[in-house]
Design a protein around this ligand. Sequence first.
Ligand code: GLN
Length: 190
Amino acid sequence: MIVGVLGLQGAVREHVASLSRLGIESRVVKTTDGLDGLDGLILPGGESTAISLLASDGFMSRLRTMASSGFPMFGTCAGMILLATGIEGRQSGHIGRIDITVSRNASGRQVDSFETFLDIEDIGNDVPAVFIRAPYITRYGPTVRPMASYKGQCVMAREASILVASFHPELTDDTRIHEYFVGMVRDNEI
Ligand code: GLN
């Protein structure tokens, strides 16, 4: 199994490190060719506008096609914004594959960053989560499964092969969320 980590901008190395702690081979992907032969893809946090501008149209359209065909993707923070169908204040999504609307920077400014512990459906309790200018999920469709909330706000969800989190699991030593995604990738291969 090889899991790609979108490497245009953001917390790329940290996801690679989390995967390697689980013994999973990964590849940093910056171009369309880099997507060949992958079994799953992580879209890291950073700045969604920057990531979308750095990605070529061809690259974005290939990501859209892959996401539509059931290829497992996990978006954290800015990565979640890229995967959302709706972004408050914007007319359209970027990859737009999970039926949620997100509110960017809903958790506050950089100086308002915080770490907390979440109880996550299907994953476990007291999972550490780092929020940095995090988006919240303000709407989710009927086929989306909400998995965690923070102060009444939905912060993690899954729809079929797409998993998203408002926060950064890769900035902690806890690998349970990555393990869960690796399980999704495995299930997809069977
Ligand atoms: N606020 C950023 C955005 O809108 C996301 C922040 C993050 O990924 N830590 O893209």
